[in-house]
Design a protein around this ligand. Structure first.
Ligand SMILES: Nc1ncnc2c1ncn2[C@@H]1O[C@H](COP(=O)(O)OP(=O)(O)OP(=O)(O)O)[C@@H](O)[C@H]1O
Length: 255
């Protein structure tokens, strides 16, 4: 084992939900995942594969039913607060309070995160994410692209070394999506952070990720750098690899 802890280390990570008719739904089934520091790792999988449940456990929103989970070297059962202080999460599916302005939202989160220089930090993240002109607008009156940038600004407030993203560019037009991807890539390289992102956008994953984990029915079906996966499956793009896996469900991954 290396001396430096991984950013995320999951062993046998499992989440079982109670279904609507009292049945059990195993959303995540014994996941073993290791995400090294200073890398971008993508989580792919069809609808219902278990991506959001996995990310929710890593960010401490859901308690695992079984298995162990260490984030930034901290055991998430006992030292969750120490890991959470150094990480953050952004998703277009998590709405900010609509009637508060962008600035008010960021002030609330900055206090929650214990940011020391709240005004200075908000000024910096607003400049980085081109939000300065929107700070006094109610969050509920923003476009999808503007909301995505505000959600990212919220996630940057505590200077995270680990950023988790659920569909970072969902519902954005190609130009705005491209800007967000460029921003994330530049930010990660500048500060040497780790990103872990779930996405349905294969071009995004190919562009951003050093390593890809492909989930199917709560398990890791295959993994590797995008170029290696493409070569191993004899395909031209990650999208073709994804379709290959999705359409031939019972076949094992090629060696
Ligand atoms: N709170 C819950 N209660 C019961 N079942 C749930 C709950 N949350 C998720 N599930 C089930 O767990 C499985 C995995 O869901 P999850 O949202 O993690 O998948 P996903 O890969 O993120 O899918 P998508 O790409 O559609 O967002 C699905 O079968 C889903 O119905």
């Amino acid at each position: 084992m290396s001396e430096t802890p991984a950013a995320i280390e999951a062993r046998g990570l499992t989440k079982v939900f109670a279904g609507p008719a009292g049945e059990t739904v195993t959303a995540v089934a014994g996941l073993d995942v290791s995400v090294p520091l200073n890398r971008t790792v993508g989580l792919l999988g069809g609808n219902g594969a278990g991506k959001t449940t996995t990310i929710s456990m890593i960010v401490g929103l859901l308690l695992p039913s079984d298995g162990s989970l260490r984030v930034l070297g901290r055991d998430m059962r006992h030292e969750r607060h120490l890991a959470l202080a150094r990480m953050n999460f952004s998703s277009p599916y998590v709405d900010l309070p609509h009637r508060l302005t962008v600035r008010e939202n960021l002030v609330v989160y900055a206090h929650l995160y214990g940011v020391r220089d709240v005004r200075g930090r908000i000024r910096t993240v607003a400049e980085d994410l081109q939000l300065t002109g929107l700070l006094n607008r109610p969050a509920g009156k923003l476009s999808a692209g503007q909301k995505t940038r505000v959600a990212l600004a919220k996630a940057m407030l505590n200077d995270p070394v680990l950023l988790l993203l659920d569909e970072p560019t969902a519902s954005l037009d190609p130009d705005t999506g491209d800007w967000v991807r460029g921003y994330l890539d530049r930010w990660r390289r500048r500060v040497g952070a780790t990103m872990f992102l779930a996405s349905h956008n294969m071009a995004e994953v190919e562009r951003l990720c050093d390593e890809v984990l492909i989930m199917k029915a709560g398990r890791i079906h295959d993994q590797g750098p995008p170029a290696d996966l493409i070569a191993r499956y004899g395909r031209r793009t990650l999208e073709e690899v994804f379709l290959d896996i999705a359409r031939r469900p019972d076949e094992a991954a090629p060696a």
